[in-house]
Design a protein around this ligand. Structure first.
Ligand code: MN
Length: 297
């Protein structure tokens, strides 16, 4: 018995960001969170055309951690704590917004851009902590059943990632360089999402290609993976997040007042310090006038 429920297929919504394909799996209509993971964008792989590279000007966050897993290409991160560094393939950036941070993301180099960008909702006891930025240049790599596993967050088998997290969760990159089938153990207390980032795979017999996320409810103790060669899968999981949330623009909150205050503060240039030295233009938050915000699962 490895699987207690039928897997659920979730189609991502596709966006073209300056010629770079972005597939958004979370939040979606069917499912907003997997564990505390509350946002999941698969960016590329795509060619960065000169003059049209992916650049995101200064913008704020509250109540969450932003999490970047770089597969190909290089991006320069700057934030309002004066962090300034380049993230390269095989590395993770984790920015803890807490009560407020602002950052920008600049194209650094690399013809091809390929990355996953996620948010982790902070639980109520930590949602208001001081902001922080952590860069993880190396992460634990395991070999199991013919798969190369890079542990991005949480614990798996004998390894523990250094990534600072506030709720029980996991993030793992599963790479397969030859046609292979194997079984990976799962934590029955966790729900899971599997995103195929490159190639094609079957998860518990269900075919998966880039653009679709497969969701497994808690209760599974293992998963069967069949992969073609050169397949990369992103696994995210965690204990189901039991708090109602408002996820809007770049904010995660519990009340409409928090969202309105963060929006007005950012647009008025209050509360969030500037991002030093960025050459990019500051983004403006959409108008919240007349909007109804209600926290939900
Ligand atoms: Mn951001």
């Amino acid at each position: 018995m490895t699987n207690s429920s039928t897997p659920q297929l979730i189609e991502t919504h596709f966006k073209d960001v300056g010629g770079i394909p972005v597939r958004r799996a979370l939040p979606g209509k069917v499912r907003r969170t997997i564990g505390a993971w509350c946002f999941l964008d698969h960016i590329g792989p795509a060619e960065q055309k000169p003059g049209a590279e992916l650049n995101v000007g200064p913008h704020p966050h509250i109540g969450l951690q932003t999490f970047t897993w770089m597969i190909e290409g290089e991006i320069r991160h700057r934030d309002s704590l004066a962090s300034d560094l380049v993230i390269r393939p095989g590395q993770v950036n984790l920015m803890t917004a807490g009560h407020g941070i602002a950052h920008s993301e600049e194209y650094e180099q690399g013809r091809i851009l390929h990355a996953a960008q996620l948010w982790i909702a902070l639980p109520k006891h930590a949602h208001n902590i001081d902001p922080a930025f952590d860069h993880y240049p190396t992460l634990p790599i395991l070999s199991h059943e013919g798969f190369q596993l890079t542990l991005l967050a949480g614990e798996y088998l004998s390894e523990k990632a250094p990534t600072k997290i506030y709720t029980p969760l996991i993030g793992m990159d599963i790479l397969n360089t030859s046609t292979n089938a194997g079984q990976l153990p799962l934590n029955a207390a966790f729900e899971y999402g599997f995103m195929c980032l490159e190639g094609s795979t079957k998860i518990n017999g269900v075919a998966l290609e880039p653009g679709t996320l497969l969701y497994l409810a808690p209760g599974s103790t293992a998963v069967n993976i069949e992969s073609d060669s050169n397949t990369r899968i992103l696994l995210v999981g965690g204990e189901p997040f039991e708090e109602d949330l408002i996820i809007w623009w770049n904010f995660v909150a519990r009340t409409a007042e928090e969202i309105e205050k963060a929006t007005l503060d950012w647009n008025a240039g209050r509360h969030f310090p500037d991002v030093p030295k960025t050459p990019l233009t500051r983004l403006t938050a959409p108008d919240v006038t007349g909007m109804q915000f209600k926290a939900s699962r």
